[in-house]
Design a protein around this ligand. Structure first.
Ligand code: ZN
Length: 149
């Protein structure tokens, strides 16, 4: 289990240091700001949606390591997926970081499972889910900023 923890830690450190899809997007079909005032995390999520599918996703902004790594892993995970698939992933991810999910979820989550340790730190749940809440708003076509509080 400690090996797994170490691996998870490395995934988070890696994505924090070298965030994927970390840039603005020209021609985004939606763009939403997300704030987590508890921690000071602030990101903008850019989406290019074609019908039911997220063709491209990117983000900019800054915040703690958990929030940035989560936004990075989220962007890499949802690219090319349908709205339904993304909604299911978010449900599973949310259960994982709040500690409500079983360990059986880890396999289907892939890299997202790296955030399972967050469930031991309830104050960090909002850091881990900020990018996802912002993504959801963007998928719904909201242009208003998202705040976790
Ligand atoms: Zn944070």
């Amino acid at each position: 289990m400690s090996d797994l923890r170490e691996l998870y830690q490395q995934v988070i450190l890696d994505h924090n240091k070298n965030p994927r899809n970390f840039h603005e997007m020209a021609g985004a079909t939606s763009k939403v700001d997300g704030y987590n005032p508890l921690c000071g995390d602030h990101y903008t999520i850019f989406l290019q949606v074609d019908g039911d599918t997220v063709k491209d996703v990117s983000f900019t902004g800054s915040g703690c390591a958990i929030s940035k790594a989560s936004a990075s892993v989220m962007s890499a995970t949802v690219k090319g997926k349908s709205r339904d698939e993304i909604a299911k992933l978010f449900d599973t991810f949310h259960s994982l970081v709040t500690g409500e999910g079983g360990s059986a979820n880890a396999a289907e989550l892939g890299r997202l499972a790296a955030f399972s340790g967050v469930s031991e730190f309830p104050a960090r749940v909002k850091c881990a889910t900020l990018a996802w809440h912002t993504l959801n708003a963007a998928l719904k076509g909201d242009s208003q900023s998202v705040t976790t509080e």
